[in-house]
Design a protein around this ligand. Structure first.
Ligand code: ADP
Ligand code: ZN
Ligand code: ZN
Length: 742
């Protein structure tokens, strides 16, 4: 197009601003800003209403459909270099479209907290002291009467580069501060600031293990196609050496100067893997999870983004960190529901990572012992390459799984007598026992035998849970709590009782029954920080603990060589849930938990207490046949038209009253019926827990055979919601590919 008018139209740029609106915003570029310094992917400060916001330039030069007089100018530019490259931006824009989430919020989610503010994207620096020419030449004799100066000059002269950072000096415990200014004045030393250099924390590294045939096949399969996109499922039983496969591939990519992004479901898993990686690779390894300080998170983000750290281990928030030299993405424990964000920007880190690998044209490796049914489906339909490690590496063998029929058995705090005998035998061999129960606290109910009163959460449709150590009643859904009353709150009767079993109660019973055994309880109440977890895990490794009692927290990743008896106390809980994914979760839990037993040279056993000893799911699983379970499960989903055969999107709405969310979703249903005849619309119905934290919750589920059709429908319905007056009375959200239907 030829410009005609004498005065050229003022340039306009398009910005993603972090606000909950599903659109981009146009801004004028003021004359005092050099429009050449505006590039896609840099951060800018923009006026928004009466406030200032941080935005990211999506397009530095657009033709706006909005009249220029109504546009405001950009305030300032933060970055000289783009934080995001073209393919990062395409991924984020895709994620915003796919999850129907406000694009500005998606961009913000990809940044560390500090860079969401008006702060320069700068790597951490360090101060170094360097010898000048003069300082290098000077004879040590000249410091006879200045011992501190002598000490510092000697150290610097002996250092290979004739310079040391102040951190290195402080670590040497010498008094350098006091004599510094004198030496600077004499022009013997110069002080400089530079970007912190990586210093290895050790001097020797472990060597790779010789791979088994199956491991080698897996490594070769990925390596042969490592210069293009491909999804590989590494389906290996617990202890089969998946991590060794990762490390061999990582080494190959390091040799090619490529970067590797490793995603893990939880921060509890990072220290062990981090340790194994650090002891193998003499390169900077970044970590990224919510347990780090803002400053460290930002530093690790930037080091990976700039290619300084070739490896990064992170949880789902690391999915979007830009790479300089993308080589490979590894996603460990791919089946884990923690990869799905359950609030705000509800993305699946696995599915986004796969899309990312596709945009970058690199391979992605999904590792697990218990693939998600969805992943099995994708492998069956040839979208993913299926690599298998069928046996444990080294000498370890898979443990034996047994069902323990507890019908008509006397139970002691959730433990049957035969189980107590098994524990006794294991302890007498000086081996460790691990017990699982998926409920923390002492007991899940507190009730009055005289009048039938049950302690309830005042804000949720839920019973209050008894916590004996704290003498409190807690709601596990919203966190409300109160002191544990001695008498019934309804009739003041004395015959109140805690009913049912949680981790605290199991621990108390075992302490009474095995007074010589040391117990450790792994649940969120007892293990509040990563530091505490590390200490407890170390005591287990050192055999200072005999019995481990825990929730799911204990089920994942850990490697305890002396645990030989593992037991699930409440197996049946997962068998009768209304959630169609409950069986999958239970099966994964059982196989993962079983994987904690007998991982070294001692043979382990796994006991599942059940009142359903004939249940087909349990019978399949005790044969350790997760693959068969997955085939059956997929067939059932096929027959019932459930994901992954069909696709779900879930609208949720909530408000402090029942009418508003229901009214909003009813309006939606009416409009949806006009838009589509083929998409199944289910609801609105109350959420399985209708009232939570004082809010009434309703939901409307869409189910479609075709993903595209579902997205087109969402594209039409979401703008419509913004026009509804009911939208003001209830808060709504959309969840694409929900994994929890409430
Ligand atoms: P996974 O990640 O599949 O659960 P790991 O990688 O933790 O398994 O391996 C389990 C154990 O087997 C570890 O102690 C590991 O050192 C060992 N191991 C892995 N590969 C080999 C191998 N090729 N030869 C001998 N031992 C191995
Ligand atoms: Zn009572
Ligand atoms: Zn509550």
């Amino acid at each position: 197009m030829k410009k005609t008018a004498s005065k050229p139209a003022s340039p306009i740029c398009r910005v993603a601003v972090s606000i909950p609106l599903r659109k981009l915003f146009d801004y004028l570029i003021p004359d005092n800003l050099d429009s050449k310094s505006l590039q896609a992917g840099i951060r800018v400060v923009v006026p928004f209403g009466r406030q200032q916001r941080i935005g990211i330039i999506i397009d530095p030069c657009v033709t706006s459909t909005i009249e220029h007089s109504r546009l405001k100018p950009l305030q300032s530019i933060i970055d000289a270099q783009p934080l995001f490259k073209q393919h990062d931006m395409r991924l984020l824009e895709w994620a915003a479209r796919y999850y129907h989430h406000p694009v500005g919020e998606v961009f913000h989610a990809a940044l560390p907290g500090l860079l969401r503010k008006n702060q320069a994207a700068e790597l951490p620096t360090e101060t170094i002291l360097c010898l000048t020419q003069q300082g290098q030449a000077i004879s040590l004799d000249s410091f006879k009467r200045a011992p501190r100066q002598l000490e510092l000059i000697t150290l610097l002269q002996n250092s290979p580069e004739k310079q040391l950072s102040t951190d290195q000096l402080s670590a040497q415990n010498i008094h350098w501060r006091q004599c510094l200014s004198g030496l600077i004045k004499k022009k013997l030393i110069e002080q400089q600031t530079r970007i912190s250099k990586w210093q290895p924390s050790q001097t020797s590294w472990t060597s790779p293990l010789a791979l088994t045939k199956a491991q080698q096949k897996a490594v070769d399969a990925v390596a042969e196609d490592s210069d293009q996109f491909g999804v590989f499922l590494l389906d290996g039983v617990t202890g089969s050496g998946k991590t060794e496969v990762y490390m061999h591939l990582i080494q190959q990519l390091l040799d090619q100067h490529k970067q590797i992004l490793v995603l893990l479901p939880e921060i509890a898993l990072t220290p062990q893997l981090e340790e194994r990686f650090r002891s193998r690779f003499p390169v900077p390894i970044g970590v990224y999870h919510s347990g780090l300080s803002d400053k460290l998170r930002c530093a690790h983000w930037l080091r990976f983004q700039q290619g300084i750290a070739p490896i990064l281990l992170g949880t789902r928030s690391a999915t979007f960190i830009p790479m300089q030299q993308p080589g490979l993405i590894i996603l460990d424990e791919e089946h884990d529901p923690s990869f799905k964000q359950q609030e705000g920007f509800r993305f699946s880190a696995r599915n986004v990572a796969i899309r990312r690998a596709q945009l970058l044209d690199i391979p992605i490796l999904l590792g697990t012992a218990t693939p998600a049914i969805e992943t099995i489906y994708n492998a069956q339909t040839q979208r993913y390459r299926h690599l298998k490690l069928p046996a444990r590496a080294g000498k370890a063998v898979l443990p034996e799984l047994k069902l323990l029929d507890i019908r008509n058995r006397t139970m002691h705090a959730g433990l049957s007598e035969p189980l107590i005998q098994h524990i006794d035998k294991t302890l007498s061999r000086n081996e460790q026992v691990m017990l699982f129960i998926n409920r923390r606290g002492y007991a899940p109910a507190y009730l009055c035998h005289q009048c039938g009163w049950v302690a309830r959460c005042p804000r949720c449709d839920a019973n209050a849970v008894v916590h004996i150590n704290e003498q409190r009643l807690w709601c596990h859904h919203c966190g409300s709590n109160s002191t544990l009353p001695r008498n019934c709150l309804a009739c003041n009767g004395k015959e109140v009782e805690a009913l049912g079993v949680g981790t605290e109660r199991v621990e108390k019973m075992l302490q009474q029954h095995f007074p010589d055994a040391i117990t450790a309880r792994f649940d969120r109440d007892n293990v509040r920080t990563k530091a505490i977890l590390d200490v407890m895990l170390t005591s287990v490794q050192n055999n200072e603990i005999d019995i481990l009692i825990g929730t799911q927290m204990l089920a994942k990743g850990h490697h305890f060589p002396n645990v030989t008896l593992v037991c699930i106390l409440d197996t049946d809980q997962g068998l009768f849930s209304t959630d169609f994914r409950a069986a999958e979760r239970l099966a994964q839990m059982i196989i993962q938990v079983a994987g904690r037993s007998g991982r070294a040279d001692k043979v382990g056993q796994v006991i599942l207490q059940t009142r359903q000893p004939e249940h087909p799911l349990l019978l399949t699983l005790i044969r350790q046949d997760y693959a068969q379970f997955a085939i059956n499960s997929l067939q059932e989903r096929q027959q019932a038209d459930l994901p992954p055969i069909t696709h779900h999107a879930l609208f949720r709405a909530k408000a402090p009253n029942q009418a508003a969310p229901l009214a909003l979703l009813q309006k939606l249903r009416i409009e949806l019926e006009k838009i589509t005849e083929t998409i199944l619309i289910l609801g609105p119905v109350p959420a399985p827990m209708e009232k939570l934290a004082g809010q009434y919750r309703y939901q409307l589920l869409l189910q479609s055979k075709h993903r595209q059709e579902l997205h087109e429908c969402l594209n039409r319905i979401i703008p419509y919601i913004d026009t509804l007056k009911e939208n003001k009375q209830a808060r709504w959200s959309i969840d694409v590919d929900p994994i929890d239907l409430y």
